[in-house]
Design a binder for this molecule. Structure first.
Ligand SMILES: *[C@@H]1O[C@H](CO)[C@@H](O)[C@H](O)[C@H]1NC(C)=O
Ligand SMILES: *[C@@H]1O[C@H](CO)[C@@H](O)[C@H](O)[C@H]1NC(C)=O
Length: 446
């Protein structure tokens, strides 16, 4: 587990939630209160229309994400970190370019921790703070604006981050420009979506995503959180989380605090001593990693919590796996199963197959992780007439075919229209989703 320093979340110290055990108590007071304020900030964000970024509705504007820091792929040019042809190159202010993934690896320490030096690997010239840090600064500025008077937790956190950035040699003007550039380059989530997630309004979310699903909306962010962060964070959204995963939402993506969706789902479970929330379980089967970059004490508390959860004591437990090398039951080879638990005395795993629901013991050599993916989910949720329907299948092949058919019928529908009408279609989706949402709010108010 990588926990990078930083203690900017410690601002929420001293505001205690319901304390029932020392560990749980601190976790709640820091992370949970922090998250609660953050959620409030997001709800405010949706109420005020999120206009602070000046790029409201950016998802429709069709801009390329962070295009300003990206250079065209120069065929034949070699990245000096991996010594291979550039893959998605990023240019630093000093003029040196690297593959985005290489640079992220090289500068990993400084990705979430502003106090780690961030220099060009070639010439040591000072590089810009990471996108994550700038995104966090934007989130904190926003949260501090909507903070209730008398409570300046978020403002303090923002000021600390700015102080650290100034200490690292960035000027106030540069910092301002970076936040502006950041806001202009990313896809902002349409303002009513967080509230629709919070209120379990699946139809509004689906209308907004469009059919076929608009990639840019799936990756758009609200204060740095993706739609999957939101469905994982708000309560009782297991099915909605599943829908987003089926559509290809990235499972291991970080919010500005260094948390992936599963970390936000686990925050819901802190009180329940070692029990894991259904949404977290679901994300885990879809390949969620337990790595996080939550700073300082919040991060340490998260690690301490993760150690209390029995299912995380073994890397395979509660993962979806494929059965391999099983000489005695060749018929089971290639079948998928869920690993129930590890039995140390026998050095065997208890597994249940997904289709026949057969339970037996196998060794570590008989299991290979096979995370769920949009192409191979094993089950499928659809949402029709206000209800979720869970489809089950008698084999993975059958499920895969179902998914393929569903996709090709979606594509056929849109192939019939020309590019322009698709563009108009997308705008209609948003208008439809927005109208639906407003109607819903009125009904709720009556
Ligand atoms: C998951 O979270 C929800 C909401 O916080 C809660 O009602 C539910 O009991 C949790 N599940 C587990 C297994 O902790
Ligand atoms: C959320 O909505 C779906 C249907 O739209 C419903 O089946 C589900 O029970 C709802 N969840 C909660 C917690 O209300």
């Amino acid at each position: 587990m990588t926990v990078l320093g930083g203690d900017s979340w410690e601002g929420s110290d001293g505001r205690n939630g319901p304390v029932d055990a020392p560990l749980v108590g601190t976790v709640i007071s820091l992370a949970f209160v922090g998250m609660f304020v953050w959620m409030t900030a997001m709800v405010y964000h949706s109420i005020t229309g999120g206009s602070d970024s000046g790029s409201n509705g950016g998802a429709l504007a069709g801009e390329e994400s962070s295009s300003s820091s990206r250079v065209k792929s120069d065929h034949g040019e070699i990245c000096s970190i991996c010594l291979d042809v550039y893959d998605n190159p990023v240019q630093l202010p000093c003029g040196h370019s690297f593959c985005e993934i290489c640079l992220d690896g090289w500068l990993l320490k400084s990705k979430f921790d502003v106090r780690q030096p961030r220099n060009c690997p070639m010439c040591r010239h000072r590089a810009k703070p990471s996108r994550e840090i700038i995104s966090k600064l934007h989130m904190l500025s926003f949260a501090s604006q909507v903070e209730e008077s008398g409570d300046d937790t978020w403002k303090k956190m923002k000021n600390k981050l700015v102080t650290d950035l100034l200490k690292m040699g960035h000027t106030a003007g540069e910092i301002n420009d970076m936040v502006k550039e950041h806001c202009a380059s990313r896809h902002e989530m349409i303002e009513f979506i967080p509230a629709a997630v919070q209120h379990n309004d699946t139809q509004t979310i689906l209308d907004w995503l469009g059919s076929p699903v608009d990639e840019r909306r799936l990756t758009s962010v609200c204060l740095g959180a993706t739609i999957l962060h939101l469905t994982a964070m708000f309560k009782h959204n297991e099915e909605m989380t599943s829908l987003m995963l089926q559509h290809g939402a990235a499972v291991n993506v970080y919010d500005p605090n260094g948390a992936t969706p599963i970390m936000l789902a686990l925050l819901q479970t802190f009180q329940s001593r070692g029990l894991v929330n259904e949404t977290a379980m679901l994300l885990y089967e879809w390949g969620a990693s337990l790595e996080h970059h939550l700073p300082g004490r919040t991060g340490a508390n998260m690690d301490a919590f993760l150690r209390t959860v029995p299912m995380f004591h073994d890397k395979l437990v509660r993962r979806r796996c494929e059965i391999i090398n099983l000489n005695r039951r060749k018929d089971l080879i290639g079948q998928t199963c869920i690993v129930e638990k590890y039995i140390a005395k026998k050095n065997r795993y208890k597994v249940t197959t997904e289709h026949a629901h057969e339970t037996f013991l196998v060794g570590r050599d008989n299991l290979k992780r096979r995370d769920r993916t949009p192409d191979d989910p094993n089950y499928y949720f659809t949402f029709e007439d206000g209800e979720y329907k869970r489809h089950t299948f008698s084999s993975n092949g059958e499920c895969q075919e179902f998914v393929r058919n569903l996709r090709s019928s979606g594509r056929e529908e849109s192939d019939g229209e020309n590019a322009q009408s698709i563009q108009i279609g997308l705008q209609d989706d948003v208008a439809k989703a927005r109208e639906r949402w407003i109607r819903r709010c009125r009904e709720a108010a009556d």
